[in-house]
Write a protein that binds this ligand. Sequence first.
Ligand code: SF4
Length: 694
Amino acid sequence: DTADYDREVKSVCPFCGVGCQVSLKVKDNKVKFVEGIDGPANEGRLCVKGRFGFDYIHHEHRLTKPLIRREDAPPKGLNVNPGNWQTHFREATWDEALDVAAKGLKDIGGRGVAGFGSAKCTNEEAYLFQKLIRQGFGHNNVDHCTRLCHASSVAALMENVGSGAVTATFNEIENADVAIVIGANPIENHPVAATYFKQFTKRGGKLIVMDPRGQALKRFASHMLQFRPGADVSMLNAIMHVIVEESLYDQQYIDAYTENWEAERKHLADFTPEKMAKICGIEAEVLRDVARTFAGAKSAMIFWGMGVSQHIHGTDNSRCLISLALMTGQVGRPGAGLHPLRGQNNVQGASDAGLIPMFLPDYQPVGDDGVRSAFQEVWQDGQIDPQRGLTVTEILDAVHAGDIQGMYILGENPAMSDPDVEHARDALAKLDHLVVQDIFITETANFADVILPASAFAEKTGTVTNTNRQVQMGRPAVPPPGDAREDWWITVELAKRLGLPWTYTHPSDVFGEMTKVMKSFDNITWDRLETQSAVTYPSLSPEDPGQPIVFADGFPRPEGRARFTPANVIAPDETPDADYPMILTTGRQLEHWHTGSMTRRSRVLDAVEPEANCSLHPSTLRKLGVAPGGMLRLSTRRGSIEIMARADRAVSPDMVFLPFAYVEAAANILTNPAVDPYGKIPEFKFSAVHVEAL
Ligand code: SF4
């Protein structure tokens, strides 16, 4: 009803990588409700988070003033709450807080300082953040949560395809006749994308779902492969073995567009479905049928999520998926392509903007002299370090080793999101100087020396890039509360106090600079985004809305060829034993987002899912003598939590599924910090766990 609001503002949902466009309905400077509008990724649709997960922006816990840790504050720890924050912090003016923040970081200086940016930032904020660390401190120790999400997928894509982004939008499934969804649960985690997947099956498309945990998409699947956790490579190699054995591959495509095929073909000879069935738990005949179905498709797509990426063999998992697409020629055509479904709303954009330690913006290697001098020319001040920087988990290890003493953290919550989180919390407590920029006193802000109050999505201007490579304009609907400010402004003010000659006066200035150093933004201007709201990159001309499909005529690699990289079966880092006999896997649930700081402060979402919970098979609960709703203790080699049990037949009897949104039963107290050697991503999807009834 238009009487319920006095204005509406078009923006982008702040949660997942689908990037649904929204209309924020505002009255008396409050967002009253949200509706989906006709964005390229959502065509008017929204999920429960997009529709109801907005009121956290008006929550009473919002930070409204800069805060400085009191000299007489208790020792740093996870001990700040809305009732006692004055014991730990005092309010300050912006000038004082920024001066103290900058002086602390400057006094430490150089490699003693590191930065975590965020995939919740806009592209301009991410760009400024990585530039501040690189230019202000002379090194590349800057990273963000892509390291915990799709870093291994990007490593495999960069290696074998030459680009880390998707080769086709998820909407292209409309033109496919077969699709694989592996290690992803889109109905919960990318719900609007899932509506396209369901429609695809309704018009006869064959959907092959592969996941150790059952899921709602199973109802729409032609094949459901509930394989053993961690056995991705054995299953995928067996499928590819059949494609080779039965000569179902596309020799013409392989000859024209790939390299290293002979090595891949020979490598696959050992992976017979009969042998691999014992490892992956899927019958040989099913593996053969899936191979024939996929290879027989006119057009086929592969979608994957963190069930693929969050393993110590996450890069190998993605290598297999890339090889499967290449050998069947399923890239670069309508309805064909590789699509890692991005988690955060701007993890694609933040990565593109250079918030990663080995690449400058647009994945340009820091070690390349030509790349660095091109950036120097635009940045003018400071020398860019040719050495790759440290990743998220390496930075926290370096804090423990005493090599890093100061950090600037923008919008990340490592005190909840990092594996073996007590190790991360201890590292944060050890820092001599921690500056946190956020909208709440998050678990990470508990450890801060200075807290800078920032803006929520509905209070700021800036662009974000979704899983489809669609760059979209986010617009402010309401002012930030109290003295909170837009993030780009805060980072610029901090940079000035660090002595950097920054003169940006608006996010459009930053975007303008980005277009000078990022070819992916060719033909995309701020003005275009203001008027059109979304442009897909690459855009081939000022009139081109952007290319939904890329690599029709070869790849951005030597000689235009994609590469086959054979993958071997590697066991998970920690296998179940007598002390820890079950498998723990972590993930999200529909109503809550990541570490819960936003959705647990959203009235409707928190009312639907108010309590920390984990899911086990009913037969496992019976053996434990626990009814659904009863309490369990989960213990791993890192620690223990107590949590309510739910019965879920989708979880196999030897598994526990644990969402990571709940601080009172933090999943990452339990998780294994072992990382994939290429993507440096932790193995969140597999820890050995002991479960007991309380
Ligand atoms: Fe937001 Fe993702 Fe839901 Fe769309 S699908 S409304 S982007 S959470």
